[in-house]
Design a binder for this molecule. Structure first.
Ligand code: 1PZ
Length: 212
């Protein structure tokens, strides 16, 4: 993987995360998120608190995956099954790593909610429905914000205003000139949507959408 953000790499990771039978590979999911962290980092230090939280969540998933019970963390489906069966979803004493009190399911739920934000935001950008700062805060108010306390919502609101205008933002995606980047974005949105829907349905089926 390159040092620089590449939209195509992120799409590829999320696409690869889905098997033919719609199992979601956690390794590829984490890889996709690592790519998104690069974009966050390239946006500047105002976004540092967001990227720090994502990095923190990714390292929890990686340590579960690399821990003694790592085989259970091969896919989203196997993780959910394992943590439900072992009574770990609400964050019991997880022997799988040093992540006492923090389950894989609740950690991934935070990223899952953020993926909805990303899908809405990138969809808006690809259809040129507004400037990145406007679309970003609109997408946020339609998704993630309802899960955040006031202090985070206001810090997020400040950060959104620092987003670049459309063309410079499109160039940051490293997917060619703006018209070409828009095309790549258009292809990314359904992939994010599919990953989102599969997770949403699984979590909803097991009543995991409100894990503390
Ligand atoms: C392109 C501009 C990026 C804007 C990102 C929009 C989302 C703003 C979210 C700001 C919240 C970050 C601070 C951390 C909040 C955490 O409290 C929550 C809940 O976790 P808990 O405290 O329960 O463990 N974390 C989250 O909700 C995950 C937020 C992830 C945001 C990912 C943004 C993805 C960026 C993609 C690349 C552009």
């Amino acid at each position: 993987m390159s040092e620089q953000f590449s939209l195509q790499e992120v799409i590829d990771s999320f696409r690869l995360s889905l098997s033919d039978s719609k199992e979601l590979s956690l390794d590829h999911y984490v890889e996709g998120w690592r790519g998104l962290v690069k974009l966050l980092n390239s946006l500047g230090s105002v976004f540092g608190f967001i990227s720090k939280d994502v990095v923190n969540k990714l390292s929890i998933l990686v340590s579960l995956r690399g821990g003694p019970e790592g085989a259970h963390y091969l896919s989203l489906q196997s993780m959910v099954q394992y943590e439900l069966q072992s009574g770990l979803v609400e964050g019991g004493d997880n022997p799988a790593s040093g992540t006492r009190g923090v389950s894989g399911c609740r950690t991934l739920l935070r990223l899952h909610r953020a993926l909805r934000w990303l899908q809405l935001f990138l969809g808006g950008v690809s259809r040129d429905e507004g400037t990145p700062p406007t679309l970003c805060s609109l997408a946020y108010s339609q998704s993630l914000s309802q899960h955040h306390p006031w202090v985070i919502r206001s810090a997020a609101g400040l950060a959104f205003r620092m987003l670049p205008p459309r063309d410079p933002f499109l160039r940051m995606l490293n997917a060619g000139e703006p018209p070409q980047a828009v095309e790549v974005l258009g292809g990314a949105v359904p992939v994010l949507g599919e990953v989102y829907t599969i997770t949403e349905e699984l979590y909803s089926k097991h009543d995991l959408l409100h894990l503390p």
